[in-house]
Design a binder for this molecule. Structure first.
Ligand code: DP6
Length: 415
């Protein structure tokens, strides 16, 4: 039996943002997106930051398109799905998985032979300075997997991560919740370069993330181009790949399994520092941190030193925004200290993603910390940190009801 002309097949999923604590930086195969080192990330809650995607098979002969083809809308605007591009490759891989299942089971509708309409939206503004490619690509793969019913036919999350990886490397880690490793793999075809769960969010649920959005007018070097410049020119990257990351992956995985925040923080900050060091070691050098980013590093370093333990761990991706990982018991303290040095206007804090842990408003928290050098950095003007997004570790992709939450209308066009 083939799909009836009027049957609607559609699926809607959300997928999370992830922020690496061991950074992926460098490809050994730029077309399959195979990394030069393994990496590890924390998945952030979709209650606050997420990409939402609806995909639909256009099976009806009354399709609005004259020549049926795959179509994709991002935040309402139609995007070109370039032949040979990353999205086209992901769609082809997903179709081929479905095709195999259909070949083995002739009673299944032949969804793989129909064009797709896909609409996707992020709930965070581009101005938040967060990369949306990881959540966007993983939402695409999760939604197509649901549409094609792949899970019921033995396709695993790691199999799906292999495909998400080909859309954007870091996207493979957003196929899981909690604490996720992307194993670099050894094979030339990339079959073993997949994401695996180190621990679910429920294993260590009290890890919060504070994203300090640092204003930066200049657009930095895009990560795809920047990392290959590093591969081509940096000797420090070769040292990092061979002698630093393998041991760090082991140590940080153990810290997560043992919920050892001190060790987790130590490795996270060291890895962020080394990532930005290899950027500086690139010819010509790449700068992602600015003066405000560096002031946040100094503040966290002093706070941890004066506390005699790790209270916060900073990490920076390919931009000036800081992400601070903090245990729940320390969130108020860290927010107070951050807000004392980087004041927020009422409009920017509490932010719309507030998770219920509000700062106490005390301006004197650091004064209570014995030995804290209050002069470690000057207090900044309001707006140096444009806003703070407060979220925490969260789960992997979720399936929603297309009837109520879907992004496509009865014609298969964006609502
Ligand atoms: C600094 O995954 O955006 O955020 O694979 O070329 O799409 P492509 O790159 P992308 O790079 C992310 C780099 C990073 C570190 C990380 O997330 O591990």
């Amino acid at each position: 039996m083939s799909a009836s002309q009027d049957t609607v097949y559609q699926a809607t999923c959300t997928a999370p943002v992830n922020i690496a604590v061991v950074k992926y930086w460098g490809k050994r195969d730029t077309s399959l997106i195979l990394p030069t080192n393994s990496s590890l990330s924390v998945t952030l809650s979709q209650d606050h930051l997420r990409s939402l995607t609806t995909a639909r098979c256009i099976t009806s002969s009354t399709s609005t398109s004259t020549s049926p083809r795959d179509r994709l809308w991002l935040n309402g605007d139609e995007e070109d799905i370039n032949e040979g591009g990353r999205t086209a490759r992901c769609l082809a891989e997903m179709r081929s998985l479905r095709q195999k299942i259909e070949a083995d089971n002739s009673s299944l509708p032949k969804l793989s032979s129909h064009p797709l309409h896909i609409a996707s939206e992020n709930n965070f503004p581009t101005a938040a300075g967060l990369a949306s490619s990881a959540s966007g690509l993983s939402a695409l793969i999760a939604t197509l997997a649901r549409l094609y019913d792949l899970e019921a036919h033995g396709v695993s999350q790691s199999d799906l991560s292999r495909i998400a990886r080909q859309g954007s490397g870091s996207a493979c880690r957003s196929m899981f919740g909690g604490y996720v490793a992307w194993e670099q793999g050894e094979r030339a075809d990339g079959a073993d370069s997949v994401a695996v769960e180190v621990a679910p969010a429920s294993h260590w649920p009290d890890l919060h993330a504070l994203i300090l959005v640092v204003s930066d007018k200049k657009k930095g070097t895009p990560s795809t181009a920047g990392m290959q410049r590093t591969v081509a020119t940096s000797a420090l990257l070769q040292h990092r790949i061979k002698h630093v990351v393998p041991e760090r992956m082991d140590r940080i995985s153990r810290a997560i399994r043992e919920r050892d925040f001190d060790q987790f923080a130590l490795e996270t900050m060291a890895d962020s520092n080394q990532f930005h060091a290899v950027c500086l070691d690139t010819v010509p050098p790449i700068f992602y941190l600015n003066d405000v980013s560096r002031a946040v590093i100094q503040l966290v370093t002093e706070l941890n030193r004066a506390s005699g333990r790790a209270v916060a761990a900073y990490t920076y991706d390919a931009g000036p925004n800081a992400v601070l990982y903090v245990q729940e018991k320390d969130v108020k303290l860290v927010l107070d200290v951050v807000l004392q040095y980087f004041p927020q206007s009422a409009a920017s804090f509490p932010d719309p993603f507030a998770t219920g842990v509000a700062p106490t408003g005390s301006k004197e928290r650091v004064a209570g910390l014995d030995g804290f050098n209050a002069k470690v950095i000057p207090q900044h003007d309001e707006g140096a940190v444009a806003r703070v997004i407060h979220t925490k570790v969260g789960d992997g992709p979720r399936t929603l009801d297309s009837a109520t939450d879907g992004l496509l209308d009865a014609e298969g066009l964006p609502k």
